[in-house]
Design a protein. Structure first.
Length: 320
């Protein structure tokens, strides 16, 4: 089968199309003939070498989610899964391929009316948005800021906050055009990447959902109201600065909270239940997906260049 592997860590040009054996599902796994493959921010971090300390090596096949048809099942898996169209989490990699393996616990049937492309646009990011807001103790009436709102995670968070009764939903983004699109999805205030702009709320925010993290975290902490909560749900900008603890202590009397959130801490059954609800909502049109582009698998380099350049609104999807 054809796959895309990281031949050299660094820029997008380190990705290359390779031929690999057709994978055989182990016990508890299924094999999926992919129709759509999601391109996520973590894929670019792995490819760049930023996560080398976690054991990624040359030859790694990126891609954490696919949608397609189950073509084989491993020992202990109900054979009735064969032939069903599903979304699947492939874990830390393996998705950029014509065929992928996934644990049967991490697959979910696609409802009628939901395309494979929409499924991988929503599947992973939407669950992080849902549980990230819960981790921040978001409640109706809270003023919310979604930092880095242009990706699938941010887009879903904007919609969930608006639907959940936020008093305001502010977003940071890089252009007026993106801001206009985010307003259509529920944003009420559009700010620049630094969090500034004529619509910035001087009163601050109760919740900041941060997809970026990086060196500017302290400046966003200063925008929190007393008892405010900033939850880092992504790290495309890298880790926060070393002086973060000192910044928190300097604001001691505001009782601020900085936290990280990973969906890996949520039980699989809970993730799947929320994902099933979101898939049903997307099929009904009450939860919207934004697809930036659909490219052939062999154009993965082009997809990663767009991601690195910050050009993507929504999700890029690869198709074998």
């Amino acid at each position: 089968m054809k796959a895309v592997a990281v031949q050299a860590f660094g820029g997008p040009e380190g990705l290359a199309v390779v031929e690999l054996p057709l994978p055989v599902p182990a016990a508890g796994q299924v094999r999926i003939s992919s129709e759509a493959i999601g391109v996520g921010g973590v894929d670019t971090l792995i490819r760049s070498g930023a996560l080398a300390a976690h054991g990624f090596r040359a030859g790694h096949v990126p891609g954490g989610e696919v949608a397609g048809t189950v073509t084989a099942v491993g020992e202990g898996v109900d054979p009735a899964w064969a032939g069903r169209r599903v979304w699947a989490s492939t874990g830390a990699g393996g998705g950029y391929a014509e065929h992928a393996l996934a644990p049967v616990a991490e697959i979910l049937p696609l409802p009628a009316g939901l395309s494979a492309v929409d499924a991988v646009t929503l599947g992973s990011a939407s669950v992080v948005a849902h549980f990230g807001l819960a981790h921040a103790r978001f409640a109706p009436g809270d003023a919310v800021l979604v930092r880095g709102a242009a990706g699938s995670l941010g887009i879903t968070a904007v919609q969930l906050a608006a639907r959940g009764g936020a008093s305001a939903v502010a977003v940071t983004t890089s252009s007026a055009a993106r801001g206009a699109r985010l307003r259509e999805l529920g944003a009420t205030r559009v700010l620049d990447r630094s969090g500034a702009g004529v619509e910035a709320d001087d009163a601050g925010y109760d919740v900041i959902l941060d997809v970026v993290t990086g060196a500017d975290v302290p400046s966003f902490l200063s925008r929190l109201r007393p008892n405010g909560r900033l939850v880092a749900v992504g790290a495309v900008g890298g880790p926060p600065p070393a002086e973060l603890g000192a910044v928190m202590m300097a604001a001691f009397q505001k009782s601020l909270t900085f936290a990280t959130f990973s969906a890996a801490t949520v039980p699989v059954a809970d993730r799947q239940a929320v994902r099933a609800e979101q898939f049903a909502a997307a099929a009904e049109g009450t939860l919207r997906t934004v697809v930036h582009d659909v490219l052939p698998l062999d154009q993965a380099v082009r997809a990663h260049r767009a991601m690195d350049a910050g050009e993507v609104l929504g999700r890029i999807v690869l198709t074998p």
